[in-house]
Design a protein around this ligand. Structure first.
Ligand code: XUL
Ligand code: CO
Length: 437
């Protein structure tokens, strides 16, 4: 196959002084941070949907992307060729993983059976390319939101035939993910939510969503797929309210329906901000429940209210994510998956390289800054001393479940009323972070 990126070298690390736009300034895959290579910490993944299927269209205009390898047809041959080009790109970039939806990689056929055959034909190429390059599948997923049949949802559709069709699609997507050695499988509830409550039975829809996920858990066991299941929170868009609205809502749902042992969270930065949270908040909430599985690494725009899915460049964002990731002991099956798209105005193939290089360097800097904050110790000491009263005496006794309201009343009456205690030191902490970032 002819090369489509022959004028682009393999992207390599040249260090912070390099002015080469096609080189890493901070991502040095073999460099050790806290005793582990950057590549193993960060586990970068390229998404198929934005990078190879994103046309650059928006609600106001048509696509703009120049993709000379793509003939624009929905043929299987075009999809197979695109898959080879995708691997050429990922290989040159040096990302170890990729992720896809079933309908990104292969065209939908006239029937489900034909769609499955199309998928098999492209999976054959993906498998060959994985073997040729050593690039691995971070996770697969099924697109249960684009086709009009899913307009009222998939697992939460009021129509049982749609539920069954979605189940069949997940079954197939899970099979091919398994065949490709995928390390995970993601459920993003594209249209699992509502546009108006006047026509919606929330309780029934949530029961159906849980039933759907339990069916997937059962099938996973049946076929011996060992990858991690993820659920991806998002509060709105396309629906007014998505049931998987944020980390806390997902955790509550998973707990309520006995699914917490089977799914972790795949958190996305722009979804966090749409939910009115920082990504740091979402990561900490998930990690506190031992459920932070993977990250869709992107960013929103401060002023545009949509899910703009921009490449992450903000070092405070990447540092905060990596602090939580280091604290929880690192990713296991998950990674940093660039669920991000180049701007409509950045329509040349080379822009795909600039975008990913920038995101990878931003996370490499975030990793180094997070490790520096941990090594410095001042932030850790401030947090530790903030909770010091819980480490012994009364605090320990409360944590151990040995106190009652009556015993605490006795304690409170036995001594002067507590005074304003312990500055939060927010400004000092922010100065320390700025010093180390
Ligand atoms: C949509 C989104 C999806 C999921 C996979 O906002 O993030 O691409 O990551 O379905
Ligand atoms: Co995502």
């Amino acid at each position: 196959m002819s090369s489509y990126f022959s004028n682009i070298p393999k992207i390599s690390y040249e260090g912070p002084k390099s002015k080469n736009p096609l080189a890493f300034k901070h991502y040095n895959p073999d460099e050790l941070v806290e005793g582990k290579s950057m590549a193993r910490h960060l586990r970068f993944s390229v998404v198929y949907w934005h990078t190879f299927r994103g046309a650059g269209s928006d609600p106001f205009g048509a696509g703009t992307m120049l993709r000379p390898w793509d003939d624009g047809s929905a043929s299987v041959e075009n999809a197979q060729k695109r898959a080879r080009v995708a691997f050429e790109f990922i290989e040159k970039l040096g990302a170890p993983f990729y992720a896809f939806h079933d309908r990104d990689v292969a065209p939908e056929g006239a029937t489900l059976a034909e769609s499955n055959r199309n998928l098999d034909a492209v999976v054959k190429v993906l498998k060959e390319e994985q073997q040729r390059t050593g690039i691995k599948l971070l996770w697969g997923t099924a697109c249960l939101f684009a086709n009009p049949r899913f307009l009222h949802g998939a697992a939460t559709s009021p129509n049982t035939d749609v539920f069954a069709y979605a189940a069949a699609q997940v079954k197939k997507a899970m099979e091919v993910t398994h065949e490709l050695g995928g390390e995970g499988y993601t459920f993003w509830g594209g249209r699992e939510g509502y546009s108006t409550l006047w026509n919606t039975d929330i309780k029934r829809e949530l029961d159906h969503l849980a039933r759907f996920l339990h069916l997937a858990v059962d099938y996973k066991k049946q076929i011996g797929f060992k990858g991690q299941f993820y659920i991806e929170p998002k509060p709105k868009e396309p629906t007014k309210h998505q049931y998987d609205s944020d980390s806390a809502a997902c955790l509550n749902f998973l707990r309520e329906y006995g699914l917490l042992d089977h799914l972790k969270l795949n958190l996305e930065s722009n979804h966090a901000t749409l939910a009115g949270h920082t990504m740091h908040h979402e990561c900490e909430v998930a990690a506190a429940a031992n459920a932070l599985g993977s990250v869709d690494a992107n960013a929103g725009d401060d002023l545009i209210g949509w899910d703009t899915d921009q490449f992450p460049t903000n070092l405070y964002l990447t540092t905060s994510v990596m602090l939580t990731v280091l604290k929880m002991g690192g990713f296991t099956t998950g990674g940093l998956n660039f669920d991000a798209k180049v701007r409509r105005e950045s329509f040349e193939p080379v822009d795909l390289f600039y975008a990913h290089i920038g995101g990878m360097d931003a996370f490499a800097r975030g990793l180094k800054a997070a490790a520096a904050i941990r090594a410095d110790g001042r932030l850790g000491d401030i947090v530790k001393s903030r909770y010091a009263s819980w480490d012994s005496g009364l605090g320990k006794s409360i944590e151990d479940g040995k106190e009652t309201l009556a015993s605490l009343e006795k304690h409170a009456l036995s001594q002067p009323d507590p005074i304003q205690h312990g500055s939060g030191r927010q400004e000092l902490i922010e100065n320390i972070i700025n010093e180390l970032i």
